[in-house]
Design a binder for this molecule. Sequence first.
Ligand code: SAM
Length: 245
Amino acid sequence: MSWNATVLTLYPEMFPGPLGVSLAGRALGEGLWALETVQIRDFATDKHRSVDDTPAGGGAGMVMRADVLAAAVDDVLQRRPEAPMLAMTPRGTTLTQTLVRDLATGPGLSVLCGRFEGIDERLFEARPIIPVSIGDYVLSGGETAAITLLDACIRLLPGVMGAPSSGEEESFEADLLEYPHYTRPYEWEGRTIPEVLRSGDHAKIAAWRKARAEADTRSRRPDLMERHGDAPRQSPSGARQENEG
Ligand code: SAM
């Protein structure tokens, strides 16, 4: 049985979009995952097929109506009760690789894409919906956020990535950024590849990569380093403490 994604959107034509090419596109063609889009507007009840209305309390923009969204959500929940229902919103908890891994090992997911000023809050109170943000910035709609979420999950599905280990050493897997990568040519614009990576000594290479992952995480993402179990260390000038090997 494939991993199934159901996307509730006002713009079904945005899917599969970038998910139709490369790794995800090939996996879609091979049936490793499946995609269904649901046009939210099909659940509107008036002759104009309205899905939004003016914000209570005043202010700019429009708000997506709870009644119309609930009808769409209920339809999906009834057909796919096993799949968690997510909604993309900057007010959600931030997407992490841990959540991505959880979702990728499940039966799939359903995801509601917001537009306009967002979604009537009562929908979140009345239905089992997990609000998820992809980061601290505002997009014009939830579709690109949903594509990001789906892409992160799909690449972890069995059979999607070439080498099964390629997902295991990556950034965020141990609350660390990944070590840096290099490839040929050996010298480029006067810069060479660190010698240790040409040594063939696997233990030394592993130690160098671990040290660089920790150093880069400490300087670029002290918040992650704290989670990794090491207080951020910086010089008084704020300069980066690197282990260039
Ligand atoms: N007024 C909302 C706010 O300030 O929180 C922003 C609404 S945004 C213009 C429209 C839609 O884009 C949202 O309902 C959501 O679906 C999506 N969106 C925007 N930024 C997002 C983010 N960082 N993560 C997930 N979804 C996002």
